[in-house]
Design a protein around this ligand. Structure first.
Ligand code: ATP
Length: 307
């Protein structure tokens, strides 16, 4: 399969790339290949990056086939070259569809709003949006199953970021079961100015003695029952054992969100984001302004779960 610029349904597309939070995260074991077997319940939220893809015929002014551009406030350390997951996703898509890279120039513009290295899957969701966007521009040459498999080879969170909504993610994160949507609620995302490497956290976790994982079955049932209170009681992230000793500030944020009225609060993924769930918009708004006032150096956002 190969395509020409004339095969394009449109020559540009704009997409939203939503962040995720982990309502639960359990590590079930370590595999021979070094990856961990996981059981996670993930949820997409309204906070998102905006991605625009422009594909044109390549001319002499283009030194490369893919270019990553950033608009707005570009976070320090944001990769603009071929290490950007969005770049790698585009490269993989073109290889898979047999497109001649010499003929095309793809400009991927990322308007970054999701804090980086925060456990919100910022890079993964940008990559997922690029796979979905390019496929749509070419009138869907690849089936969803294929996109999910391609995503998994780039990053364990990418299949969920393609699927979106509320899901149970097992295996290395790529075995996905869709769940009913979360009951309507408000979510505060609080990110201290600490970037955390996911790889480091899993390495530390391997040395944690007897961690007690969350009750994933209870979480799935609470979601199926639409019971927000039980969802909040079932929140749990086993990676907190690896992160809190080194970053007690993150444990402190969880306590702060609870004392500001959250029904439940938890570190997302490998941190450093902590989220709080509220059933009441006024309480969530008050928490937002208090957190911003107390911690002007944090990124604090109010959002909602999305499908
Ligand atoms: P996850 O929750 O999937 O573990 P994360 O939210 O903790 O990920 P990211 O925001 O994806 O972390 O950033 C981790 C690293 O990925 C960054 O330090 C950055 O170098 C790299 N990266 C590559 N592409 C991107 C991208 N498009 N956006 C953000 N970071 C990217």
């Amino acid at each position: 399969m190969s395509f020409l610029c004339t095969d394009l349904k449109t020559k540009n597309i704009s997409l939203k790339a939503p962040a995720k939070i982990n309502l639960s995260l359990d590590v079930l074991g370590k595999r021979k290949d070094g990856y961990h077997d996981l059981a996670m319940v993930m949820q997409t939220v309204g906070l998102c990056d905006n991605i625009t893809i422009d594909v044109t015929k390549k001319d002499k002014s283009h030194s490369a086939s893919i270019r990553i551009c950033a608009t707005g406030e570009v976070p320090p350390g944001f990769p603009l070259g071929d290490t950007n997951l969005a770049y790698r996703a585009a490269g993989m898509f073109f290889k898979e569809t047999g497109s001649s890279m010499e003929d095309h120039f793809s400009k991927i513009t990322i308007d970054k709003h999701i804090p980086m290295a925060a456990g919100l899957a910022g890079g993964s969701t940008d990559a997922a949006a690029v796979l979905l966007g390019l496929n749509s521009m070419l009138k869907d040459p690849l089936p969803m199953e294929k996109l999910l498999r391609m995503g998994a080879t780039l990053g364990a969170d990418i299949p969920f970021c393609i699927h979106r909504g509320t899901c149970l993610c097992e295996g290395i994160g790529d075995d996905i079961t869709g769940l009913p949507a979360l009951p309507f609620c408000h979510i505060i995302l609080a990110v201290p100015p600490i970037g955390i490497s996911t790889k480091d956290v899993y390495e530390k976790f391997d040395h944690v003695k007897a961690p007690k994982g969350p009750d994933t079955v209870r979480m799935v049932k609470a979601i199926s029952d639409g019971d927000l209170e039980d969802i909040c009681h079932s929140l749990g992230n086993v990676l907190e054992y690896a992160v809190f000793p080194e970053h007690p500030i993150i444990e402190g944020i969880r306590s702060e969100l609870s004392s500001l009225g959250a029904l439940g609060a938890l570190m997302s993924g490998s941190g450093s984001c902590v989220f709080g769930i509220f059933d009441d918009e006024d309480k969530a708004s008050l928490c937002l302004s208090m957190m911003r006032e107390m911690h002007p150096d944090y990124s604090v956002n109010m959002t909602v779960p999305t499908e």
